[in-house]
Every structure is written in C-alpha cells, then in structure tokens.
Design a protein around this ligand. Structure first.
Ligand code: SF4
Ligand code: SF4
Length: 116
C-alpha cells in the first residue's frame, strides 16, 4: 500500500440540468414543500404575496438535488423545475412573470454584483 497521499483536486461546480422556479404569487404557505424537501432547501420569506401569504423561497439552493419532490407535492403548482437554458433565456430577457423567483440565478447575480 502506498503511503504517498494523492493530491486533492477540487471538483468543478456542479451544473444541474434544471433550475428551481418559484411562483411566489401562487404560493399559499401550506408548508408541504418546506416540510418534505429531503435536503431542507426551502423556507418561508417575510414578505406577503397578493393573497396575504408568506411565500416560499430557497434558503439553501446549493443543496437542491433536482428530485422534483416539491413540484409533485405542491397543490398550487407554485414550485417546479424548469430546463436551465429556457429559464436562463427568460430570466435574462426579463420574460418572467412578476413574483417569479429563480434562486440559483438570483444568487449568481448577487455574487456578480458583490465581485464588482
Ligand atoms: S427539487 Fe427536491 S431538493 Fe430541490 S427544492 Fe425541490 S424537493 Fe428540495
Ligand atoms: S407546497 Fe406550494 S403552496 Fe405549499 S408552501 Fe410550497 S410552494 Fe407554497
């Protein structure tokens, strides 16, 4: 057995095929997705939507494994996974509805702003 340690090479950041999309105006704060997300990605915001609920957001989007469980369990179709390319185009061109949150892209924008 060799006693020489292999160098530790950092893995490149994981790029998922799909991104999480939250339609905050459709969320009714039922908590199902927050409760059952296997990676504890989701949490409630402090803001109110037009229906008077605190909508869901992603507090730890990096932990998301694209399992689609939230999409399947949400009774209001307020959370789902979308094809990355499609979502990216819509996000960049501003072609998304008011109240639509794509946490992964929001984080990237914040990081870019911070590095300026
Ligand atoms: S796709 Fe899975 S891991 Fe990601 S937020 Fe939804 S339930 Fe959680
Ligand atoms: S399951 Fe749907 S309606 Fe319920 S808290 Fe999650 S996003 Fe909102």
């Amino acid at each position: 057995m060799s006693t020489v340690r292999k160098p530790i090479t950092p893995k490149p950041p994981r790029v998922r095929d799909k991104v999480l999309v939250i339609l905050q105006e459709q969320c009714k704060e039922c908590g199902l997705c927050v409760e059952f997300c296997p990676k504890n990605v989701l949490c409630f915001t402090d803001i109110y939507n037009r229906k008077g609920y605190h909508p869901v957001t992603a507090c730890d989007i990096e932990a998301c494994v694209n399992c689609e469980f939230c999409e399947r369990i949400c009774p209001d179709m307020a959370i789902f996974l979308a094809e990355r390319k499609e979502a990216e185009n819509a996000y960049k061109t501003g072609a998304i509805e008011e109240g639509t949150v794509i946490p992964e892209f929001d984080n990237e924008s914040k990081n870019q702003e911070a590095s300026k």
